[in-house]
Design a protein around this ligand. Structure first.
Ligand SMILES: [Zn+2]
Length: 260
């Protein structure tokens, strides 16, 4: 199979004066996660690191006014589409419940035939388009071998837990432990602007409810908690940002569907 070359592997979009959304459009929608770069006075913050198909750090640095500034990578959880390029960053934070997976992640392949039928059916039932033969529909450069791709482990350099604060000097956000989609998933809440970085606890697309490490009761509790926060804007782990009205709809739909 010959895939086209798309050298502009990552795309970026300025969401506000200090927040940049980074995406991987050539990755199948179900594995195409959002990365958010938050620019601060003393440090910058990158939330998640995609699939690791192409080098990410040079692209991130190109979006930073001062690439010499310290950069924190926060992995919201350790699913393949959120930690692919974690090893490229010097400071790597994750919740303690997912530290072992980040250091020695499960084996993955870019070939979708490695995905069990049960999950394939689950993804389609959730509303995603059928999986492609590979999880990518282009390669980042001529001669790229998708079979050479591996999810590389990265030893966390620190951990974050409920109530911790990520401090960029002129921007502080609280770490929220949001289990359900995964046991040690974290989000970030920036109280000053009412902005929630919701990771895969909430996004405006099919929420995946079943799989290793997932829990519907935990997911429901997390969504109830999110619905009670003074949220104005949500930047989720997938799909476009949304506001409080849509947040309430997503939570209500989920709780009704699962009777949770
Ligand atoms: Zn996930």
């Amino acid at each position: 199979m010959t895939l086209p070359v798309d050298a502009d592997w990552y795309r970026h979009e300025e969401l506000d004066a200090r927040t940049v959304l980074i995406t991987e459009p050539r990755v199948h929608p179900i594995f195409s996660a959002n990365m958010h770069l938050v620019l601060g006075r003393d440090k910058d913050l990158l939330i998640d690191s995609g699939m690791g198909v192409a080098p990410l750090k040079p692209f991130v640095d190109a979006q930073r006014p001062d690439p010499g500034k310290p950069l924190i990578l926060l992995s919201t959880h350790t699913h393949v589409d959120h930690i692919g390029a974690a090893h490229e960053f010097a400071t790597r934070l994750v919740h303690p419940l997912e530290a072992a997976e980040m250091e020695a992640p499960s084996e993955y392949s870019l070939r979708s035939d490695a995905i069990p039928d049960r999950f394939r059916a689950l993804f389609e039932e959730a509303g995603y388009e059928a999986l492609w033969p590979l999880l990518i529909d282009a390669v980042p450069h001529e001669g790229y071998d998708p079979d050479g791709w591996r999810l590389q482990g990265a030893v966390p350099t620190g951990t974050v837990e409920e109530g911790d604060v990520i401090d960029l000097g002129d921007w502080q956000a609280e770490v929220l432990h949001l289990p359900g989609h995964s046991p040690g998933q974290v989000g970030l809440f920036h109280h000053d602007s009412g902005t929630l970085f919701g990771a895969d606890a909430i996004y405006d697309g099919p929420l995946i409810y079943d799989g290793p490490g997932m829990s519907i009761p935990d997911y429901a509790a997390t969504l109830r908690r999110i619905a009670a926060l003074p949220v104005i804007r949500v930047h989720g782990g997938h799909d476009p940002a949304f506001g409080k009205a849509r947040l309430d709809e997503i939570v209500t739909e989920y709780l009704q569907r699962w009777g949770a």
